[in-house]
Design a protein around this ligand. Structure first.
Ligand SMILES: [Mg+2]
Length: 342
């Protein structure tokens, strides 16, 4: 790693919606969960947009088209245009188009979002390994994806064709729980081929490049709920990030995060866009935020004081990240985090 590791969350004297021109928002666990809007998301996004912040939605899910995602967002009360939505299908289509001639045939294992994105790049989606494809592209195909599609991909890849994947998220959250995601489907094909796909989605550079090209953001802020996709993607792109705790990451995971998983800011939910962020101050080996002070004593993370739970979490992050330096924090964060009731 070339830059110094982040050792504490940053402060901001102005609202994040004013400090940054564009929010690059993850969807699942940030804006909605299981088809329902997350608490405070609709009002917070409306206020941020009315204040002049450009909102863009960045998803690793390649199944739905940007138009379908925008329609869903609009139904939830978050008005969006198709151009406001960037998907890993678009990112992988650009990656494929960079390497194949215009009009090349591509075997598609996935859904409509992937087919539309490939056609936009002048490529021709085909359905069979016998349709003379020049490459294989794999994206999430939804719960009804037939097993035979993985066989089709395997035949083509075993003939030596290059293989591309929209993303490798192993799981996908739904209304009834956790299901296998595109990363699990990629593993199925990998087992049958021994090959390695080129991957576009978060946290990899093709997705970040697609997002910057499509939004023209000058001071973007990545907003997400996952450390290993959203926050690591921001880290890889050299962009600031806000972690919200409405999705898959809990406070203990944040405290023990490795450097590339440490966000610039942390807040409970999207209302964090509308406020400044408190500073964490250091006195000796103790880190203070709001009414809380965190330190490492006798090999243990210790939290003293009281006040807003989020301030306590920010102080704990500073104590743990400083102590861990370039690695993951090996201290047990459970007891100190439990005091916050997050
Ligand atoms: Mg998410």
């Amino acid at each position: 790693m070339s830059q110094a590791s982040r050792t504490r969350p940053s402060g901001s004297s102005t609202a994040l919606s004013e400090a940054y021109d564009t929010a690059l928002l993850d969807l699942d666990g940030v804006v909605y969960a299981g088809g329902q809007a997350i608490a405070h998301a609709v009002d917070a996004l409306r206020t941020a947009r009315d204040g002049g912040m450009h909102l863009a939605y960045v998803t690793n899910n390649a199944l739905r088209t940007p138009a379908a995602v925008a329609e869903h967002l609009t139904e939830l009360g978050v008005p969006a245009e198709p151009a406001d939505v960037i998907t890993s299908a678009q990112a992988v289509a650009r990656l494929v188009a960079d390497q194949l001639p215009e009009g090349a045939r591509v075997l598609v294992i996935g859904g409509e979002g992937l087919r539309v994105a490939l056609r936009e790049r002048g490529l021709v989606p085909v359905e069979s390994a016998d349709d003379d494809p020049a490459a294989v592209v794999q994206g999430y195909g939804g719960p009804d994806m037939a097993w035979g599609r993985f066989a089709e991909a395997s035949y083509a890849i075993n003939r030596g064709l290059p293989w591309f994947a929209s993303n490798t998220d192993l799981t996908i959250p739904g209304a009834r729980g956790i299901a296998p995601g595109n990363g699990a489907a990629v593993e199925v094909v990998r087992i049958a081929t021994g090959a390695e796909p080129q991957v576009a989605g978060k946290p990899l550079p093709p997705m970040h490049r697609e997002t910057v090209l499509r939004t023209g953001a000058e001071r973007p802020l990545v907003v997400g709920d996952r450390l290993d996709t959203d926050i690591e993607g921001a880290f890889n792109g050299g962009v600031d990030s806000l972690l919200v705790l409405t999705g898959v990451t809990d406070a203990a995971q944040l405290v023990t995060a490795v450097p590339e998983h440490r966000p610039t800011y942390v807040d409970a939910d999207l209302r964090g866009l509308l406020t400044g962020q408190p500073e964490v101050t250091r006195t000796g080996e103790a880190y203070a935020c709001g009414g809380w002070t965190a330190s490492v004593r006798g090999g243990e993370l210790v939290l003293d004081g009281d006040g807003e739970a989020l301030d306590g979490l920010r102080a704990l992050c500073a104590a743990a990240w400083s102590h861990a330096g370039d690695g993951a924090c090996a201290l047990d964060a459970g007891k100190a985090v439990a005091r916050l009731g997050l």
